[in-house]
Design a binder for this molecule. Structure first.
Ligand code: PLP
Length: 399
């Protein structure tokens, strides 16, 4: 017998956090590392949210256990926000407040998936998805799209991957890591296909407000209302309000599933920290001005990074329409000689870039697709330009 369970021993450590840790260690040694690894906005949490949290700390009502599914006021506000932002009319009883979007992902799979159930996982995918599917006993079935389609998977591909055991399709638009956004017509086609085959959809809408060029993030159960009874929508305050550290997310779904997930949560963690829930209430019930400001800044950086990356020979960078990531292919550079080394994969090339250019990027292996890098552009524009220029200088030595 092993010391830790096979289930836990089988988890791959988060590659994005690993890159971040390496970059931080180099920084601590005094080296001028520029990090494109972190998936978090670089803005402070809005003042009115911080004030609501400060008041909540002083209020005794927040000092004890509360309902597992979340503070009633917050659940009401999440229902109202869902209608405001996606046009999806739901009751407060159809919401469950979780410890961040991450726990929403984990709980959604734990609630829907039995051992052996297959989950269609669109790749490039966010690192946490396959691990949470596997922990729930499910089998991730990867369906991959590349830069030639802007990383968008087709219904034909989904149909080819479907089996008797397919229970869930995991959907994420705007996407981490590619920034791609499915159009309304594509969401409709995928939603209808799922409906026709009795497949559930878990749709992660955490980047819903970060879309550019007039593109709109469409909510699957709104586009295909018949799917409402078999869809879980995941969301949270992290990316929209620059609240990654506050740890509040949620699931919206059919009442019976939310009830089951709430029972699970009552044993898993009790309730989400009340102070964080009060802060999330101020965010969710408040205006979206802050998001508009962040989006405008991200948009400037998005254009900058895409133009700088596209100018590097051997780098192919589709223009992302959402989130705050660029996902260029660097396949043409693999196996070439740079500073006496011949990196054969993107893990090795990212390592070389970190050592020689002091720039941290996340290799595509972390997202199920070797041959790519993820650049988060949630950093100051001057650093962004300096960082990409350093990468460009190093990669231009490839021969
Ligand atoms: N979903 C996606 C696609 C993400 O990129 C993230 C964070 O990186 C999350 C969910 C979870 O965010 P959090 O747990 O910080 O709310």
């Amino acid at each position: 017998r092993t010391r830790v369970s096979a289930r836990i021993a089988g988890i791959n450590p988060s590659a994005t956090l690993a890159v971040d840790a390496k970059a931080k260690a180099l920084k601590a040694e005094g080296r001028p590392v520029i990090g494109f690894g972190a998936g978090q906005p670089d803005f402070p949490t809005p003042d009115y949210v911080v004030e609501a949290a400060a008041a909540a700390v002083r209020d005794r009502a927040n000092h004890g256990y509360t309902a597992a599914a979340g503070l009633p006021e917050l659940r009401e506000a999440i229902a109202a926000k869902t209608l405001r932002d996606s046009g999806y009319a739901v009751e407060a009883s159809q919401t469950l407040v979780t410890n961040g979007g991450k726990q929403a992902v984990y709980s959604a799979f734990a609630t829907l998936v039995d051992p052996g159930d297959e989950v269609l996982l669109l790749a490039p995918y966010w690192t946490t998805y396959p691990e949470s599917i596997t922990l729930a006993g499910g089998v991730p079935v990867q369906v991959t799209a590349d830069e030639s389609t802007g990383y968008l998977v087709t219904v034909e591909q989904l149909e080819a991957a479907r089996t008797e055991r397919t229970k869930v399709l995991l959907f994420n638009s705007p996407s981490n890591p590619t920034g791609s956004v499915y159009s309304r017509a594509q969401v409709e086609e995928i939603g209808r296909w799922a409906y026709e085959h009795g497949i559930w959809v878990i749709t992660d809408e955490i980047y819903e407000h970060l879309v550019y060029d007039g593109v709109k993030a469409e909510s699957l159960p709104v586009v295909v209302p018949e799917m409402a009874d078999r869809t879980l929508v995941l969301n949270g305050v992290a990316k929209t309000y620059s609240m990654t550290g506050w740890r509040v997310g949620w699931i919206v779904g059919p009442q019976d599933v939310i009830k089951a997930a709430s029972s699970y949560q009552s044993h898993l963690c009790g309730n989400v920290a009340n102070v964080s829930q009060r802060a999330a209430l101020a965010a969710v019930a408040g205006p979206l001005d802050i998001v508009a400001e962040m989006r405008a800044s991200f948009d400037v950086r998005r254009k900058k990074i895409v133009s700088l990356l596209s100018a590097i020979p051997g780098v192919d960078c589709p223009t992302p329409e959402g989130a705050f990531y660029a996902y260029p292919s660097v396949k043409a550079l693999l196996g070439k000689e740079i500073r006496g080394e011949k990196p054969a994969d993107t893990v090795a090339l990212a390592d070389l870039i970190l050592r020689e250019a002091e720039v941290a990027v996340v290799p595509g292996e972390a997202f199920g697709t070797p041959g790519y890098f993820r650049f988060s552009y949630a950093l100051a524009e001057a650093d962004l330009v300096e960082g990409v220029n350093r990468v460009a200088a190093l990669l231009s030595e490839a021969k």
